[in-house]
Design a protein around this ligand. Structure first.
Ligand code: NAD
Length: 428
């Protein structure tokens, strides 16, 4: 979002056009899928703590719902734009189709900076956002979820407002709810564990044994910590992690050749997943510059922090030892760097496959909330493994059969499924 020349929606459309050519889609299907089906732009008046009313800009975009009700997060960000929301809604359509869950793609946003808002003001924005589009939301229409700078608490305020408007309970109206208010077991672990389910499958293809491999991870938040947990349980050794340091306003990498200790680093991190550099140093970690995670001599890289991290500039620093990259974050690799990774023969598990465990578990939460019957953690994680492994197998089979990259194969499957649903309904 910092690069003002980058328009994510134009990038998403260009990516779509390339895959549409591979799929030889007809003109009507292309016209339908390159644009959102519908979008809502609205103003949210909120009485602030100082007594004045401030008006915030809100959005919700339904990219496509041919495969089922829309699904997608609501982002609170000062630089939110309608084009960011459009791109992310389109990517949600592809992600849901790829893991074959019966949901469409949506995204929402509010232009605001939560760092400068009180809890009461944030509650006002959440309730106001729902009031503006309540008639276009619901378990059978479109289901919001937490995303950048929104949390389970925000989802509960949204749920409560919706239920007040409708005068009935609708636990399936949002996902990402706290566990004691209709949330699902396993949601916290789902994305990071899902990353490692796909790593496990890729390692089988690459003839790697997890216990003989090492990894380096960018990020130490929700996705990274759970990915590290499961990878270590499989016997892998994580040699380096990086995280943001608010005091220094810079990222650092923390390396230890014999492997990091997840529990002690967790104790040295705050709730945002930012590791305290002094505490890490005392624990025997070498503290390196933020980008050092990418140049470690390891077998596996897991970018699990931010977008645009593996770029034409940084890709050259990746060690020849690296065989596999699992994209935990959304969009961590630029198109230019992706071409270089392919030329170097590094196997990349693309973001919308690797990190689809989150939305898959959100779907499980919808199912549980709509039926008001809740599953155990083991059931949730077992079903998640089945769904992710099947998605991985389909992508890998197509990649080999048509000599495509994993990223292109994943897009061909996902866009092909959405296009088919549109044709089946007579929309194209
Ligand atoms: P999080 O906020 O829990 O953690 C982010 C981590 O990144 C923190 O450890 C932070 O210190 C670190 N970080 C920030 N800037 C950094 C920098 N410049 N260098 C190194 N580390 C830096 O976030 P999360 O939920 O773990 O999400 C991480 C990524 O995964 C995001 O791209 C997100 O969109 C994506 N994702 C998350 C989920 C999910 O379920 N949480 C699902 C799909 C995709």
């Amino acid at each position: 979002m910092a690069d003002k020349s980058y328009n994510p929606f134009l990038a998403a459309q260009a990516q779509f056009d390339r895959i549409a050519d591979l799929l030889e889609l007809d003109a009507a299907t292309r016209d339908l899928l390159r644009m959102p089906l519908r979008e809502y732009h609205f103003s949210i008046p909120v009485r602030m703590d100082d007594g004045r009313v401030k008006v915030f800009r809100g959005y919700r975009v339904h990219h496509n719902d041919a495969r089922g009700p829309g699904k997608g997060g609501v982002r609170f960000h000062p630089l939110e734009t309608i084009d960011t929301v459009r791109a992310l809604a389109m990517w949600m359509s592809w992600k849901c189709a790829l893991v074959d869950i019966p949901l469409g793609g949506s995204k929402g946003g509010v232009v605001c900076d939560p760092h400068h808002l009180s809890a009461r003001e944030l509650e006002g924005i959440c309730r106001g956002w729902v009031r503006q589009i309540a008639r276009n939301l619901g378990p059978t229409l479109d289901v919001p979820a937490p995303d950048v700078m929104t949390s389970p608490q925000h989802m509960l305020w949204m749920l409560d407002e919706f239920e007040v408007i409708r005068g009935e309970h609708y636990p399936g109206f949002v996902t990402g709810k706290p566990l004691n208010a209709g949330g699902s077991q396993g949601r916290t672990e789902a994305t990071g564990f899902g990353v490692i389910f796909t790593v496990r499958e890729a390692m089988k293809e690459l003839n790697l044994r997890a216990e003989e491999t090492t990894a380096s991870v960018q990020g130490f938040g929700n996705v990274a910590q759970h990915a590290i947990q499961l990878y270590q349980q499989m016997g892998g050794r994580v040699r380096c992690v990086s995280s943001w340091n608010q005091a220094a306003k810079a990222a650092f990498s923390y390396a230890r050749p014999e492997g990091i200790d997840l529990r002690e680093l967790r104790a040295a991190a705050n709730r945002f997943g930012d590791i305290d550099a002094d505490a890490a140093r005392k624990l025997g970690y070498e503290v390196l510059p933020g980008e050092a995670w990418i140049e470690q001599e390891v077998d596996l890289l897991i970018p699990a922090a931010l977008e645009n991290q593996i770029t034409a500039a940084t890709v050259q620093r990746i060690s020849p030892r690296v065989k596999l990259i699992a994209e935990g974050a959304n969009g961590p690799t630029t198109a230019e760097a992706d071409t270089i990774l392919n030329a170097r023969g590094i196997f990349v598990i693309p973001d919308f496959l690797a990190n689809a465990g989150g939305v898959t578990c959100s779907y499980f939460e919808q199912v549980q909330s709509n039926t008001n019957y809740y599953w155990t953690l083991a059931e949730v994680l077992g079903k998640l493994d089945v769904q992710m492994t099947a998605a991985y197998a389909a992508v890998s089979e197509l990649a080999r059969r048509r000599n495509l990259t994993m990223r292109d194969a994943a897009h061909v499957i996902a866009i092909g499924r959405v296009a088919q649903a549109c044709r089946d309904r007579g929309w194209a």
